[in-house]
Design a protein around this ligand. Structure first.
Ligand SMILES: C[S@@+](CC[C@H](N)C(=O)[O-])C[C@H]1O[C@@H](n2cnc3c(N)ncnc32)[C@H](O)[C@@H]1O
Length: 316
């Protein structure tokens, strides 16, 4: 059963500013929680939703859950990476869209499903692929990459202060044999950090959290894919169409925030001088400060504590 509590549900739906007769995309359909809410609005009009996910388990489960909408031709489900949004829309002969939601990262289902290897709490072979058809797994990265490469991945994508020592311990361990499972890796990480940080602290932060985040981002090329996708989406958004993005870590949020700022004000001329670069604004940032979950939502759903929602509105 695909269990996932949608995060910032009301805020995301309000952010999309849905017109029941228009075309929307849920680029990260997951368990279909957000999709279902969007469809509840669209069912009263001529609008449609295109639901995308690269994970076959998410696709199969949501196809079943939202079957009636598929039968009514209100929902088109596509198994693909959202970095191919231009091709997805071309194949469907859709020129422009009126809004898109990106609820990034992995779902609770993927995280909790032991054999996917995303969780530092469940023993599994190191994998971490969202799309099981991709070839690169966390196993390969951990067992075949050089110490320098591992250091850079853990530092850049995990912002882990002990990245250097963790990379060294991984490579040292490999002299005995391959690192097979998530728990093997957790134990190596614990051995590489100061003793007082080895066990989850008062805030319940697992010492392996940052390294696992780094490997997941690297294996799934998460930042690169998001960067490419946002530019492609911008070109397909109709006037007043919105991009609504929910991020779960600072690297993603920084990327989205800076992209939206450049879309709003792409002028590179020195401040105080007339513009000669000719670069025109593509729209407006709707919320200057990221929207975060209420304490009540965080109480109900721990995953919501790091969520940040940003909205950009296209102007043509
Ligand atoms: C946080 S979950 C989304 C949950 C969903 N909003 C819901 O209410 O159930 C993120 C989903 O996005 C998918 N995903 C992440 N990156 C993707 C990408 N680049 N292309 C397609 N799907 C992606 C994951 O497989 C996962 O199912």
């Amino acid at each position: 059963m695909f269990e996932h509590k949608p995060v910032l549900l009301e805020e995301a739906i309000a952010g999309l500013n849905i017109d029941k007769d228009k075309i929307y995309v849920d680029a990260t359909m997951g368990g279909g929680g957000h999709s279902e809410k969007i469809l509840e609005v669209l069912k009263n009009g001529k609008g449609i939703l295109i639901g995308i996910d690269q994970d076959i388990d998410a696709i199969n489960s949501t196809k079943e859950k939202l079957k009636s909408y598929i039968d009514d031709k209100k929902l088109i489900v596509v198994k693909e990476n959202f970095e191919k949004i231009d091709k997805i829309l071309d194949d469907l002969q859709i020129k422009s869209i009126d809004g898109i939601l990106m609820d990034l990262g992995v779902s609770s289902f993927q995280f909790d499903e032991g054999d996917r290897g995303f969780s530092y709490n469940k023993e599994a072979r190191l994998d971490m692929r969202m799309n099981k058809e991709e070839t690169l797994t966390a196993y390969e990265v951990v067992n075949a990459y050089s110490e320098k490469e591992l250091y850079e991945i853990i530092k850049d994508f995990g912002e882990e202060p002990f990245a250097k020592n963790i990379a060294k311990h991984i490579v040292d361990y490999r002299k005995i044999g391959p690192i097979e499972t998530t728990i093997d890796l957790v134990n190596i990480i614990k051995g590489a950090i100061p003793a007082k940080l080895r066990y989850s602290g008062a805030k319940g932060k697992n010492p392996a959290k940052k390294t696992f985040q780094a490997l997941r981002i690297y294996v799934n090329r998460e930042l690169e894919v998001l960067d490419v996708a946002l530019d492609k989406i911008l070109e397909r958004l109709d006037d007043r169409g919105r991009i609504v993005v929910i991020t779960f870590h600072s690297l993603e949020d920084k990327l989205v925030k800076s992209k939206f700022k450049i879309y709003e004000d792409p002028c590179t001329c020195p401040k105080g001088y007339p513009c000669v670069c000719g670069k025109k604004s593509k729209g407006i940032v709707v919320n200057k400060k990221a929207i975060i979950a209420s304490e009540e939502e965080i109480e109900r759903n721990r995953r919501a504590h790091s969520a940040k929602l940003r909205i950009f509105e296209r102007r043509i």
